[in-house]
Write a protein that binds this ligand. Structure first.
Ligand code: AMP
Ligand code: FES
Ligand code: ZN
Ligand code: ZN
Length: 331
């Protein structure tokens, strides 16, 4: 297999681009794809300060590295979610990357800073872990960006993520979500500007990028996400992609070109009536935002170890948590 550009030995074949690349030309390909996404969607203007949200996984570490390579002014931020060994390893990977490059990293720890972790929140609220996890991440990333005076927040969502989210939204006709699904969410009403510069790269490509660049990322996926719908949508798309390379790219980018605008009114309607949270000032459609309600509900609960939750006993909390939960809800 030869590199399409220099005819040297190739290390990767990219069927959707009908190309093979050697290490150097693959890195150039990744930088070019990110630069193209940034310019096509007007993601980041020269001189803007960027906060990159990092999980220690391949996508967000590749993103951080690529933004630095492209000359952007970037700081990292990472949230310790308290999901057992997985979160410890994820924070350690982010810290090791930042230290090895001398890059600034802001750290938040749910348990240390807010008195809860994701397994406990899932048990007390009796919702899937991804629900309290998403609420926590969104709020803390947004506030870190606004408090730190950043112009833009960048996240590591890649083509596989966006195509799987799109498939889920289409399968259930979540029209308001379809109207918000975009590589750029403009800053407004107390929300920071958010961008996804990896939308033109697949997760196989971000993993290969890290390997070629010598970036030590955490390989394990979140143990709480095992078997969830998002992963099933990814698998479905992967099997279609294997038979017809380029389908995932077409599905997502043709949606942006031809259909996304049609759902904007539904998205705008869902965001009507935003006002500042009475506790923290973040925009919300309720009196108190979802994050503050979550913290209020879970921050003094007995910690639930991740193993208990995974064993299926903790989803509704153990008996003492369940009772505590009831008391809190009734209050
Ligand atoms: P996920 O929601 O796990 O698919 O992650 C999507 C993106 O959110 C990642 O690419 C990161 O940019 C960001 N992210 C995920 N986990 C964390 C974390 N623990 N701390 C900071 N950012 C995160
Ligand atoms: Fe949020 Fe797994 S990373 S539940
Ligand atoms: Zn080459
Ligand atoms: Zn709030």
């Amino acid at each position: 297999m030869k590199c399409t550009v220099c005819r040297g030995p190739a290390i990767i074949d990219l069927r959707r681009h009908n190309a093979n690349f050697c290490g150097d030309h693959f890195l150039k390909f990744c930088r070019d794809q990110v630069a193209k996404a940034i310019s096509q969607h007007d993601m980041i203007a020269p001189g803007q300060r960027v906060l990159v949200a990092v999980s220690g996984g391949k996508d967000s570490l590749a993103l951080w590295d690529l933004l630095v390579e492209l000359g952007y002014d970037v700081e990292g931020m990472t949230i310790g979610l308290g999901i057992g060994d997985y979160s410890d390893a994820s924070t350690a990977a982010s810290v090791a990357f930042a230290e090895s490059r001398g890059l600034p990293l802001r750290r938040i720890d749910l348990r240390g800073d807010y008195g809860y972790d994701i397994p406990t929140a899932a048990a007390v609220t009796r919702r899937v872990p991804c629900s309290s996890c998403g609420t926590s991440k969104r709020h803390l990333i947004d506030s870190a960006a606004l408090d730190g005076g950043f112009d833009v927040v960048a996240t590591g969502h890649n083509l596989d993520d966006e195509a799987a989210v799109l498939l889920g939204n289409v399968l259930h006709w979540h029209t308001a979500y379809l109207g918000r699904q975009a590589p750029v969410l403009p800053g407004r009403d107390g929300f920071p500007r958010k961008v996804k510069p990896l939308v033109r790269l697949s997760e196989r490509e971000t993993a290969a990028y890290c390997v070629v660049r010598g970036i030590d990322y955490i390989v394990d996926e979140c143990p709480m996400a095992e078997g969830n719908r998002h992963l099933r949508y990814k698998e479905a798309l992967n099997s279609i992609e294997a038979a017809s390379p380029g389908t995932k790219h077409a599905f997502y980018f043709e949606f942006l070109d031809k259909a996304a605008d049609r759902f904007r009114p539904e998205a705008a309607e869902a965001q009507e009536g935003l006002r500042p949270c009475a506790t923290c000032g973040s925009p919300t459609t309720a009196d108190v935002c979802a994050f503050c309600r979550l913290v209020d509900r879970v921050s003094d609960a007995d910690p639930v170890p991740v193993e208990l939750l995974r064993a299926g006993r903790g989803r509704g909390g153990n008996a003492s948590n369940r009772n505590k939960n009831r008391t809190k809800v009734n209050r």
